[in-house]
Write a new protein. Sequence first.
Length: 600
Amino acid sequence: MTQSPDQPPQGGFGAPQDPPQGGFGAPQDPRQAAPPSPPPPSTQPPPPTQPPGPPQPGYGYPQQPSGPYAQPGPYAQPGPYAQPGPYAQQPGPYAMPQPGYGYPQQSSPYPGAPTPPPGGGSRNPFKGKPALAVGAAVAALVVIGGTVYAVTGGGGGGGDEKPVADKSHSSQPSSTASSPVDPGDGSGNGGEDPQNLNEGRKAGEAKVLWYKEAPDAPGSGADAPSMWITGKAAVKAAYKQVFAYNVGNGKPTWDPITFPQKICAVTPQKTADDKVVVAYMSGISDNAKCNQLQQIDLGTGKKGWSAQVAEGDLFDSTLTVDLTITGKTLMVGRSQSGTAYDVATGKKLWDKQRYGSACFPTAFAGGARIISVASCGAGGSNTHDEVQELDPATGKAKWTRKIPKGWTVARTYSVDPVVLYLTNEDKKQWNVSTLKNDGSLRSQVDVDESFAPECGWAILDRDLQGCTGAVADAATLYLPTEAKTGPNEIVAISLDTGKEKWRVKSPADESMLPLKTDGTNLIAYVEPSYDAGGQIVSIATGGTAHTTTRLLQNPSGAAQIESSFFSKAIDYVDGRFYISTTRLSGRTQSKEKLMLAYGK
């Protein structure tokens, strides 16, 4: 059960298996199902269902559009989940059965691979990576092509304008229901609602507290990465600007920050004192770099320190960068190395460079820990990935985990505990493995299920922390199943054994995604349907009763707009639910929504 990854993969339980057509267990890509802007409710047909991807591995496999990763993992254990199709699951590198459950979804060549959300992330898809990653990324691009920018309802005027009534979303009869507070730029009197998003609000439904229109974006679209919620403000990056709105009434808490060029990366995390770091491009030419850093205080909107990220050696560029925060340390990842800064002062702390026999750090994940993933061997007979935990103060490796040859670390479902999603391009397999605090193998997911977390769009760039819907606490991994017929489920998996502990069905006909744990309960988001708003529910993680309790029911009047966020950031904080787009379409036919806030 704990075979060394240095040993060749073996058959049997735990080996990657052939996912069924449709991506058994692979992460799903919301973009794949993105419909065009909906017509008036009276004529609009039910929204299209997401086309099935290739066979996907079982539980724990991130889902993505047509992910061809069969479940057997890299840890060599017989996997009871071999499925027909081109991606037979094979024994994983860590000798353990690996069903597809829990595999993040995204469009990739592996059934069961994590799915990237529509519109993509903030990173450049062509960041320098090993050939293996490039091949997988290209296959993913083929699947996604054509839907990347067709996932939102237009991208019109500036974020400081009042929203214009869009008849395609507001053709329902008027009503006396409560109106959202101060839509548009937040400068109104708090009583107007041009689009009647709360129209016909039913008893028990929450209301749209406020909503914001998206700023202008190029016709090719633009990124609107991440979303940060503080005690006072909901802060959002979009194209070249960062906006902040009062959490209760939507009024601007500070003037928008505008950068000379487009934002190309942000820290998903904020510091304990509400600081974040944004990277923007050095220019608009094809040779422009994502190397300009700016610290921002989310409480005041003031700019802190700024810096330019230095280029690395040959082939180690800042065409794109990864940003992540752990404690007081900002980690900036280039294509083959990384540099750490003091997030409070901007002082350079240390570099993470090539080490050993040609090991190049290519991706970083942060939060409670800094996790580094390196590509080693440079395409030779010993090509493999390595995972390290780095000391935030010094950059020294606390431990190193060698990943068996042929396997690539595609995602980190969690950094504390460390939960990895791995793929094998040659064998079209995937694996979800949990590591102990010393880097040794703790378990591998062993559940016969298709999982469907929504994962960010990364083509040639490993976006380790780009998945929504994969949540872990100290003892349990929570993953959403793929909805095939009827509602999906959330499955709780033991991190000690990899086995299923319990599962809960979505309370509606739409899919349910885990969001976070609060120590006692799992908080999940139930997606909206054609005529009903989404829900926020809690699920008790202890005891034997694992039923859903509704915390918030979003209004049906805004269901179509809520459904239009195919590439989205979502959060539930202090009784309010926030949803924002992470990709601006750049269309001009109608106003595109940037963010909505819901509450009672």
